[in-house]
Design a protein around this ligand. Sequence first.
Ligand SMILES: *Cc1c(COP(=O)(O)O)cnc(C)c1O
Length: 418
Amino acid sequence: MLFSEIPQELDALAGAVEAELQGVFARFDRVAEVCTRRVMAAFQEFRVSEACFAGTTGYGYNDLGRDTLDKIYARVFGAESALVRLGFVNGTHAIATALFAVCRPGDTLLSVTGLPYDTLRQTIGIAGDGDGSLKYYGVDYAQVELLPDGGPDLTAIRKAAADPKVRAVAIQRSRGYALRRALGVADIAQIVETVRKVNPAANILVDNCYGEFTEPQEPTEAGADLVAGSLIKNPGGGLAPTGGYIAGRADLVERAANRMTAVGIGGECGSTLGHNRLLYQGFFMAPHIVAQALKTAAFCAGLMARLGLRSSPAPTDPRYDIIQMIEFGSAEKLLAFCRGIQRGSPVDSFVTPVPWAMPGYEDEVVMAAGAFVQGSSIELSCDGPLREPYLGFMQGGLTYESGKLGVLLAAAEILKAK
Ligand SMILES: *Cc1c(COP(=O)(O)O)cnc(C)c1O
């Protein structure tokens, strides 16, 4: 039985952790409230009605729900335009599409947050055989590392971005699978200001995965030209069945739409097959769901600290993404934690996660997830590449109550593995 698997000592620790985090939880609730107001205002401004949920088939011309949702995303992100599509197969697809939209042959793409997320390296052409990558199409790549404290290195960025060949600057908001912190919108604003001063023509793109609704503002409001992300993370609110989005400057969003479908077709086609309601309802839920995930992450950090495990962010640190990194130090503890998270899932609770060679990743990865939507990481999940120092990255939790249960079961597995 589920409940008898949680030792009493852990229940007592959990109570202490929650007491310590009351103020932190209240902060998350306030962000959710501000973001909810923004989403609600956009729903009302664009007169969302049942007609938006009907959807289309075939070419998908005049899909009222799809076109209205584009406007809602644009408004909430403070952007001119947006492209919200079920046809994006994941976040990588949306971000890759956005990357191709901001670069032309002969340009240099400059990443200012170190090495980009694993799955984007082949798109850029710095991993894999490069065929069909940005590099293959004549786009060079350069990189500025983050400072040791995880902040942007503005001096190095100023120098690198001054190269007139740099036409696109890429920023990753979330920590991804790296030992770094997430960037706040205030950090991103500083990067934008620095780049604009030396290279006003550069297009600035933010990989926004896991960052949406963790703060009252989005990077587009801090001056980024484009943001892109996944609908099976934050903005899908756990309900979107698949998809991705791009938002930002109208000309760049249009170029991205042409890249996504075909030049001249752009965003005009793409039937929604009756799934629009889930995208709307998910976006409506998203600020609240993100707060649930943030609470789960902070709780996890607090509990792990009491078990003597280092994690980042620390329990009371500000959070700019929903990811909780835990340093396990051994494959056994990482695998034990993942077993517990799996055990605490509403779906597939009976399976045991094992490491595998996931497409697009360079090391074997262990993934624990028992999600209603396959691979959805706004639902409680944990993954970690099997390499030193055995970091686990936990994220999601559609409800704090279930997220907490998963974390407690994971802690119980760690105690057993000791
Ligand atoms: C999840 C994620 C992506 C895209 O990953 P998909 O699995 O393709 O959705 C890109 N960048 C970051 C930082 C991410 O967290």
